[in-house]
Design a protein around this ligand. Structure first.
Ligand SMILES: NC(=O)c1ccc[n+]([C@@H]2O[C@H](COP(=O)([O-])OP(=O)(O)OC[C@H]3O[C@@H](n4cnc5c(N)ncnc54)[C@H](OP(=O)(O)O)[C@@H]3O)[C@@H](O)[C@H]2O)c1
Length: 380
């Protein structure tokens, strides 16, 4: 049965992006944190690439929260951050500049430094025998690279293990895809999805630490009657919303929307499933929301759907019609589970062939770092 796991709630609003301070803050807490045994001789040697970023900092939080065993951990970022001190699980680390020699002796590397860095350094790491779990879109659609959500298609990475002496690439899907498929896959397994229409409401955190800072700054500026600083999105974000900032392609879809289409097909190994998406950035600090309309091959009534979702791992159902209480991004921020609600029969479809659901998930956590660390756990 799913439980709603809480993490770092005290820091939710004040410093939503300061994973760095979160890591050291939690270390100064007394109690179980002082006796954590993650540093283990038998664990793998790990590297975090892009450790100073929004996802990189969340990697550290998730590794800590899940007691991920490691023999050693290397903190890698750009030249800009090299030399910075970082405290993690009571140890002091110095951030090192990522170079082609960074991966000697590294068994698992968690990458979140952007697509171009992954393209350059991913193959270098694999060459040295490292298993790379990559958060960028660089390798996701490559045929020989598994694209994995552990609750959905763990079989895709079968045979890839630390200790095999062989490097490999594994791709973490796009955050909107992960959050969507966490909720839809259990229903798909039961009644086979024929068509899926997704509308997203995506948070600032999906665009990294700088975007989160800009939303905070703009909110202050607008409230003070000043013109908003528009460096990251080139338009006002606070008290506004706009079409996702990824490039618009020749078919009129933006890249984020086409990721939902293509990645769903790959993860489900189903080239026939029809998917369409509209992706929108909303001025929410952290955690994405998605409205999802489904058409099934076999009938599925809403009560059965609700029961299926209640039993699904990594999901929590928040679906209280009387109290008008359904998932919100705030509620899922800093939490592991994806929340699903508004589970209802689509009145525009005959019989029980259609459902509407509303899903919220912390995309830095399950949409990125948590999913990657779960993949890493399956490697050992
Ligand atoms: N945010 C999300 O929810 C999310 C979800 C899924 C996937 N991702 C993917 O994860 C990646 C990072 O996203 P983010 O949101 O964490 O971005 P971010 O906050 O902007 O962080 C970027 C990280 O990459 C590092 N970096 C930049 N250039 C580098 C270089 N030349 N060499 C080594 N490191 C370099 C940065 O180090 P410095 O501090 O030294 O600049 C920083 O640690 C992207 O590929 C993104 O698409 C993000």
């Amino acid at each position: 049965m799913s439980t709603f796991t809480h993490h770092h709630n005290g820091l939710l609003l004040k410093t939503p992006l300061s994973g760095r301070s979160r890591v050291s803050v939690s270390k100064s807490r007394p109690g179980p944190f002082t006796v954590r045994m993650s540093l283990q001789e038998t664990g793998p040697s790990v590297a975090v690439v892009g450790v100073t970023g929004a996802v990189g900092q969340e990697f550290l939080s998730v590794l800590q929260d899940r007691d991920f065993p490691f023999r050693s951990i290397k903190m890698l970022a750009s030249k800009r951050s090299a030399g910075q001190n970082l405290k993690f699980l009571g140890e002091n680390y110095v951030v090192e500049e990522l170079t082609h020699d960074s991966f000697d002796g590294v068994e698992i590397a968690l990458f979140s430094a952007g697509g171009s860095i992954s393209k350059e350094f991913g193959p270098v790491a694999v060459e040295r025998g490292t298993i790379v779990v990559d958060n960028s879109s660089a390798f996701r659609m490559q045929n020989d690279v598994p694209l994995v959500v552990p609750e959905v298609n763990p079989e895709a990475m079968e045979g890839i293990k630390v200790g095999n002496g062989k490097g490999a690439l594994i791709a973490n899907p796009n955050c909107s895809t992960i959050i969507c498929l966490m909720a839809v896959t259990p229903l798909h397994r039961h009644s086979k999805v024929k068509r899926m229409v997704v509308s997203t409401y995506q948070a600032a955190s999906g665009a990294g630490a700088a975007a989160m800072r800009e939303l905070e700054l703009q909110t202050q500026e607008v409230l003070e009657g000043k013109p908003p600083t528009t460096k990251i999105f080139s338009r006002q974000y606070a008290f506004n919303l706009f079409s996702h900032n990824s490039a618009v392609l020749s078919n009129g879809y933006n890249e984020e929307e086409m990721k939902l289409v293509k990645e769903t097909r790959k993860i489900w190994s189903d080239n026939d499933v029809k998917v369409t998406a509209t992706c929108i950035r909303v001025p929410v600090m952290r955690a994405h929301a998605e409205s999802i309309n489904l058409q099934f091959e076999n009938q599925l009534d809403e009560d059965t759907a609700r029961e299926i979702l209640k039993k699904a791992p990594g999901l929590v159902v928040i679906d209280d019609r009387t109290a008008n209480n359904f998932p919100t991004p705030l509620e899922v921020s800093n939490k592991d589970d994806v929340a699903v609600g508004r589970i209802r029969r689509d009145v525009s479809q005959e019989g029980n062939y259609g459902l509407d659901i509303f899903v919220c998930g912390d995309q830095i956590r399950k949409g990125a770092a948590l999913n990657a660390v779960q993949i890493a756990e399956m490697l050992i």
